[in-house]
Design a protein around this ligand. Structure first.
Ligand code: FPP
Ligand code: MG
Length: 292
């Protein structure tokens, strides 16, 4: 249903080329929609809310793939790879603007929550790019960046759904924020343990892109001074087989994946304890145990 509304939304924009480009985007995991429907139930308004959030999320991914020079998304060539960066940015603008056009039809409180989340999202992306310009072993900066880049929109989805369902929106916001933080950390773990086929995007790619994610921050803190220097010297580089092996061996030696997973699980537990909705526990556990 959400995919159908999304398609109708893009069709309503009234520009054939945009719709043709949109048809090349594969359907994603829809974490944000699942969350909204579990909290608010399935009805016309909750489904429209899902479609608005997915439109904004898609727009942000279109822009992000241009920013990150990514050529694969959801197992298929990215829109920038197929149609070029200019078209990808403009399609992102169309989806984003249509999302905001539709927001106006929602409850003003929800419209405000989503608008603020998109502002934070944009700041988070800028922080991500800034942090990616240097080796960054600072945990607090990393956590702030992923909170803005990823968690705020998931938090806004949960809070808005709670408002629709007349539930305690503060509690659901805490749930959404912690779920979002855990989601991004799992994404960062998958980059180092998974492969391109399962991920639908290149694996072992974050560090090369300059992203010092949680596993790398944990590893840096565990290494001796000489090895710290080696790890730093590999930052932002296209790695050969030996260098990749060196990093992977060090991850194993210091049990970094397990430590990172525990960190994500603790955030997941924080999310679960904020609300008393059992079906939301399942979203947390399947998100943490996911393979892509
Ligand atoms: C993916 O991160 C990117 C995001 C979660 C947010 C991107 C946000 C913007 C571009 C700003 C907002 C723009 C609009 C139009 C609303 P990632 O690169 O770590 O993940 P990936 O590996 O899946 O690309
Ligand atoms: Mg990216």
């Amino acid at each position: 249903m959400v995919d159908k509304i999304l398609y109708e939304f893009v069709k309503e924009c009234g520009y054939e080329k945009a719709l043709d480009m949109f048809k090349n985007i594969s359907s994603g995991k829809k974490l944000r929609s699942k969350l909204i429907l579990k909290i608010a139930g399935e009805n016309e308004i909750s489904l429209r809310l899902c479609a608005v959030i997915e439109l904004i999320h898609l727009a942000s991914l279109l822009h992000d793939d241009v920013i990150d020079d990514s050529t694969i998304r959801r197992g298929k060539p990215s829109i920038n790879a197929l149609f070029g960066s200019k078209n990808s940015i403009m399609l992102g603008d169309i989806l984003y603007s249509k999302g905001f056009y539709e927001i106006v039809n929602l409850d003003p409180q929800i419209a405000k929550i989503i608008s603020k989340a998109v502002l934070d999202l944009s700041i988070g992306e800028m922080m991500d790019v800034d942090l990616g310009s240097r080796f960054n072993p600072n945990l607090d900066e990393y956590l702030k960046m992923i909170e803005l880049k990823t968690a705020v929109l998931i938090e806004a989805a949960a809070r808005s759904a709670a408002i629709l369902a007349k539930l305690d929106d503060e509690a659901y916001a805490v749930y959404g924020k912690n779920l979002g933080l855990a989601f991004q950390i799992v994404d960062d773990i998958l980059d180092i343990i998974s492969d391109e086929n399962r991920l639908g995007k290149p694996a072992f790619n974050d560090y090369k892109e300059g992203k010092t994610t949680l596993p790398y921050i944990f590893l840096y803190n565990a290494l001796n001074l000489d090895d710290k220097e080696i790890l730093k010297s590999l930052w932002g580089k296209e790695l050969d087989e030996n260098q990749t092996r060196w990093i992977k061996d060090k991850f194993d030696e210091f049990d970094i994946v397990k430590k990172s997973k525990i960190f994500a699980k603790e955030l997941g537990n924080k999310a679960i304890s904020a609300v008393s909705n059992h079906s939301l526990q399942e979203i947390v556990s399947s998100m943490i145990d996911r393979e892509f």
